[in-house]
Structure formats: structure tokens, C-alpha cells
Write a protein that binds this ligand. Structure first.
Ligand code: S3P
Length: 175
């Protein structure tokens, strides 16, 4: 199995999809996003999947999606859902595909970015600030353990993050 892809993990709203899209474009990789792939495959928004089928169903779909991606021969940049690395099985699949990069952020950054967001079911029905802080505290060590590299995104532009990744040798331009 190949190990040439770049996998972005991290908390909701840390910039995985936006950065991933820019990274893929700059270095000529394909770009995928697990949430979008699941939505396309099931013809349903993530919030609908959570509401109609429940979280456990969604988590199984995430693993299914990773298995499908791991059969893909091309190299790609992959943005993953924030909860995906919580399953050990998923982490093993990510490592089989490529280099896993954790984009770390602070609760303040996430809260300001997701202030008006209504698309994340895990943040929809509770007090947002408390929920973000406790989920981040729980997940941060798991993201760290699941990643090959951690990039601190605090007060950095996408351009600065991409050039840091390039300097670290995490990404090289494809023809
Ligand atoms: C989730 C994160 C979301 C999405 C779903 C669950 C999570 O993706 O997969 O709402 O458990 O953190 P983003 O990280 O892209 O927001």
C-alpha cells in the first residue's frame, strides 16, 4: 500500500478543509474531504445523518470511507472529520495512506470561527464554549498520538502553514 498522501487531522473549525484545498492546489495533489465524500455517497448532509441515523452510524460510515480511500492509488491531500481519529482502526488506516499532520488550535480560535456555525451537530444543542473546551481537552492528546507531525496554527496564515509544511519536508510538488 502506498504512503504518499497528506492527511490533515484536528478539531472542528481548525482549517483542515480550507488549508487542504490550498495545499492540494499548490502541490498538484487531488483533494478529498471525508465529510463531503460521505455526504455525496449517502446524498445527505452530515447534520441529517446525525439526526436521522445517529452518531454511531456516522462513525461507521467514516471508517467505510477511509477503507474506500485507502484503495485509491493516487496521492492526495485528505481533510478528515474532527472525530475521525478517535477510533484506533481509523488511525491505522490514515497511517497506511500517508503522513498524518495535526493542525492544532486554541479553543478561542475555534469558538470565534464557529460562533455562527450551525452545521456541526456535536456543537448544536449544548453550551458551545463549554462543549468546545471539554471536547478539545479530551481530543488533543488523541490527535497528538495519532499524528506524525503537529503544526500549531495559532496566528498563522494558510500561506505560513503551507511553507512550514514544505520546509519540514512534509509536502513536495508533484508533476
Ligand atoms: C465532527 C466533526 C465534523 C463532522 C461531524 C463530527 C467531530 O467535521 O465530521 O460533524 O466529531 O468533531 P469537521 O471537523 O470538518 O467540522
Amino acid at each position: 500500500m502506498k504512503k504518499k498522501s497528506i492527511i490533515l487531522i484536528g478539531f472542528m473549525g481548525c482549517g483542515k478543509s480550507s488549508l487542504g484545498r490550498k495545499l492540494a492546489k499548490a502541490f498538484h495533489y487531488s483533494f478529498y474531504d471525508t465529510d463531503s465524500l460521505i455526504e455525496e455517497r449517502l446524498h445527505k448532509k452530515i447534520s441529517c445523518i446525525f439526526a436521522e441515523e445517529g452518531e454511531e452510524f456516522f462513525r461507521k460510515e467514516e471508517t467505510k470511507q477511509l477503507r474506500l480511500l485507502s484503495e485509491n492509488e493516487e496521492s492526495f491531500v485528505l481533510a478528515t472529520g474532527g472525530g475521525l481519529p478517535m477510533r484506533e482502526e481509523n488511525v491505522a488506516l490514515l497511517h497506511s495512506m500517508g503522513t498524518v499532520v495535526y493542525l492544532s488550535a486554541t479553543p478561542e480560535m475555534i469558538l470565534s470561527r464557529l460562533q455562527k456555525d450551525t452545521s456541526r451537530p456535536l456543537l448544536a444543542h449544548t453550551e458551545k464554549e463549554e462543549r468546545v473546551r471539554s471536547l478539545m481537552k479530551e481530543r488533543h492528546p488523541i490527535y497528538l498520538a495519532a499524528s506524525d507531525y503537529c503544526i500549531d496554527t495559532i496566528e498563522k496564515s494558510f500561506y505560513a502553514i503551507i511553507s512550514e509544511m514544505e520546509k519540514k519536508g512534509l509536502v513536495t510538488a508533484r508533476k
